[in-house]
Design a protein around this ligand. Structure first.
Ligand SMILES: Cc1ncc(COP(=O)(O)O)c(C=O)c1O
Ligand SMILES: N[C@@H](CCCC[NH3+])C(=O)O
Length: 419
């Protein structure tokens, strides 16, 4: 009889190993998914999305019953993913007119949408105001004046994003809380912006917003950030951003959602007061570990390293190229190998390495390789470099699989051409 074994935190909670070797996700055999839907393919365990959303709501609401959780849609702006979170009662954070379009299409009530952006266009602001979004997060003085001008006779609820001058430990490219950040009003400018917003009859300034960075594994900086903005005034609402890190490999040991929520709520309660309604905006930690990517090995070559060439790469996962991000990998039906392997994509760049230090079981062409923790910022940052069509997104649940985004075709690559 087949025996089943659970995997590390990098893998979907709804995945397991059959006979210690073969991956099953959402009750579906990974190799069978590759055969049915082709590779590369993003596979998302739907129940994982739901259970992480529920965990977030219950973790925050245990301490702050009126807390709201908004999914930062940039982490995975797939309509079906957003639809799941809308069904689970989350709100959504959008950072552009495009993300706003997807959020509305996914069925979010406009009042549960928050619009962000350090360089919002007039068109984006007008669309958001007309749609009736719950909050526009004002990022700078130009933004503030534009919202005042565009709101007209309506009263637009807003938050002001403040840069707390607190740096969390993460990659420089995704750190946002430092004084010299492109995001938000400085602590020095915040008071003048608050005065201006509070005096504008067509704005309703409900509170402040902070977001100090992404993939953060320590709790301390969030408390420091709340402490930094506390002297700016007493408001009914605070948005604490998102930023909780995840386990990509055994090297990361992030706080649980419960511990993270307790720490953030405690900081807000202690430093801002019991009356403040808390909003949090997680992206990565809602989706990263719910997803894996399946690839097929096309070539294996040995020189100094063993190079395992797969049929995707930096077009479906830019994170190793952008941040030196590290991932695990396994052969879908032969877990637990010992051949040191460098998994490389098919793009025309030497840096197109998806997993620099994998241990695979004697990889050979035709094998299906799977990388966990690709549910965040993979699909989101996918591209067509080298004319590679973007992969499909496949949801798995209770032994069934369904395509929620189809694979791109070669025709898609030329579909915007004007003859
Ligand atoms: C304004 C804002 N809110 C929320 C998030 C979500 O962050 P994460 O995916 O790290 O949870 C981001 C991205 O880092 C952001 O820029
Ligand atoms: N794209 C980044 C995260 C950006 C965070 C958005 N503010 C990543 O993959 O880690």
């Amino acid at each position: 009889m087949a025996t089943a074994q659970r995997l590390s935190a990098a893998w979907p909670a709804d995945s397991r190993l059959i006979d210690d070797r073969r991956l099953e996700i959402g009750g579906v055999d990974a190799l069978a998914l590759a055969r049915e839907f082709g590779t590369p393919a993003y596979v998302v365990a739907e129940d994982d999305l739901r259970s992480r959303a529920r965990q977030y709501l219950s973790a925050f609401r245990t301490h702050a019953p009126d807390a709201e959780i908004h999914f930062a849609s940039k982490a995975n702006p797939c309509t079906a993913v957003l639809r799941v979170f809308a069904e689970e009662g989350l709100g959504v954070d959008v950072a552009s007119g495009g993300e706003l379009h997807v959020a509305l299409k996914a069925g979010f009530e406009p009042a549960k949408i928050i619009l962000h952006g350090n360089a919002k266009s007039e068109a984006e602001l007008r669309t958001a105001i007309d749609a009736g979004v719950g909050y526009i997060v004002i990022d700078n003085f130009a933004d503030l004046e534009r919202v005042i001008a565009l709101a007209g006779d309506r009263v637009q609820p807003v938050l002001l994003r403040v840069t707390p001058d607190v740096r969390g430990e993460t990659h420089d490219k995704i750190s946002t809380g430092q004084a010299d950040s492109k995001f938000g009003l400085s602590l020095r400018d915040a008071s003048a912006a608050i005065e201006r917003a509070a005096a504008a009859p067509n704005l309703r300034l409900d509170g402040l917003h902070l977001h100090i960075g992404s993939q953060l594994l320590e709790l301390g900086p969030w408390r420091d950030a709340v402490e930094a903005i506390a002297p700016l005034g007493d408001f009914p609402v605070v948005n604490l951003g998102g930023g909780l890190g995840v386990a990509y490999t055994d090297a990361e040991d992030p706080p649980s959602i419960e511990v993270y929520a307790a720490a953030k709520v405690a900081a807000a309660r202690e430093l801002l007061g019991d009356h403040v309604r808390i909003i949090d905006e997680p992206g990565r930690s809602l989706v990263a570990n719910a997803g894996v990517t399946l690839y097929t090995v096309e070539s294996v070559k040995r020189n100094v390293s063993t190079w395992v060439g797969v049929d995707g790469g930096m077009s479906d996962n830019l994170r190793p190229m952008l941040y030196g991000a590290r991932y695990e990998a396994e052969i879908a039906d032969r877990f637990g190998g010992t051949t040191p392997s460098r998994i490389t994509g098919k793009h025309c760049e030497s840096g197109d390495v998806i997993v620099a230090e994998a241990q695979l079981d004697e990889p050979k062409p035709g094998d299906v390789v799977v990388t966990p923790a690709t549910g965040a910022y993979g699909y989101a940052m996918s591209n067509n470099y080298n004319g590679i069509p973007r992969p499909p997104v496949v949801f798995v649940k209770d032994g069934d699989a369904r395509v929620v985004v189809r694979r791109e075709t070669f025709e898609d690559l030329t579909s915007r051409d004007i003859d």
